[in-house]
Write a protein that binds this ligand. Structure first.
Ligand SMILES: [Zn+2]
Length: 313
């Protein structure tokens, strides 16, 4: 990797910050979208109790440490957040439990000479997949981020569709069920209640008597060991069916050539992807069956959020 090194300083690096409902990723990203350095932390109930202080301190301390240690000059800090951004403020984030929070101004005091931008996280990750990943050669496509919640981005003719008033495409809050389970947004029966990875993982944990800390590889391996367990099979089938109903609604509205799935779903793709394709292509959910979209998983994996925030926020 070639960098523009002047007097020992690595110039023109961007910081990408991907804030999810249960995880924060901070990356030092070069202009080609390669992550040179990365810090990841889980956001548990403890951090959520004072989420504003946690975010502020984690971001400021990490960036200051990198600047000092590695002689880096930073051009831009891009932040992706799960929620609505308006006039650079976090207007409303259901999964972080914050509203009207001016994170940009707080960071600007610490880094007055660095450009700072905030954007919806799924739009950032979607742009990374569109420009550098699995959706590169596809004009009309959808990005769906399956994580703690469900976020999305839609592209038409190669361009991100950007509504005037807000970032739009909040697929996670389409209503899937009348009088359904309550969502953190205040509605009932939202798609993300049934189709998010949080739902899938929580159902598995409950079934196997696991605590909230059982995550990642341990959870994945436990599912693999229990693939003959009828209760686990039912959880997987139920999850896939709900996912298909939500995705079919999106397909019927937007007629994409491809759907890219990102977020922590990518980590569980061995268990879920084939089943999702089979159910979507063989069941009767999609209206125009001749136009079945291709399903691809995020090539940049869970890093799409960091890369997208760094380059496109
Ligand atoms: Zn909702």
């Amino acid at each position: 990797m070639k960098h523009d090194i002047i007097k020992g300083w690595i110039k023109d690096m961007n910081i990408g910050i991907d804030i999810g409902g249960s995880h924060i990723g901070i990356g030092l990203v070069d202009s080609n979208g390669k992550i040179q350095k990365k810090l990841e932390k889980n956001i548990t109930q403890k951090e959520r109790n004072d989420i504003k202080t946690f975010l502020k301190e984690t971001i400021i301390n990490t960036i200051n440490e990198w600047i000092k240690k590695d002689n880096i000059s930073i051009k831009k800090i891009g932040i992706g957040i799960p929620g609505i951004v308006k006039e650079s403020k976090i207007k409303y984030s259901v999964n972080l439990g914050i509203s009207n929070y001016d994170l940009k101004s707080i960071l600007k005091k610490e880094f007055p000479n660095i450009e700072i931008n905030i954007k919806n996280d799924a739009k950032c990750a979607g742009l990374a997949e569109k420009n550098l990943g699995a959706l590169k050669k596809i004009n009309d496509c959808i990005f769906i981020c399956l994580g703690t919640g469900i976020g999305g981005a839609a592209f038409y003719n190669g361009k991100l569709i950007t509504p005037k008033r807000s970032s739009g495409f909040e697929f996670g809050h389409m209503i899937l069920q009348k009088n359904g389970e309550p969502c953190r947004c205040g509605s009932k029966g939202c798609f993300e209640i049934y189709g998010s990875m949080r739902r899938f993982k929580n159902d598995i944990r409950t079934c196997l008597n696991f605590s909230e800390e059982i995550e990642g590889e341990k959870l994945l391996n436990s599912i693999k060991e229990n693939l003959n367990n009828e209760k686990i099979i039912n959880i997987i089938n139920e999850y896939i069916e709900n996912l298909c109903i939500g995705i079919s609604n999106i397909v019927d509205l937007l007629e994409p050539q491809a759907i890219c799935i990102g977020g922590s779903f990518v980590y569980y793709k061995d268990i879920l992807l084939q089943k999702l394709e089979k159910e979507l292509y063989n069941s009767n959910y999609i209206f125009y069956k001749e136009n079945m979209p291709k399903i691809v998983v995020a090539e940049l994996g869970n890093d799409a959020g960091i890369i997208g925030s760094a380059l496109y926020a």
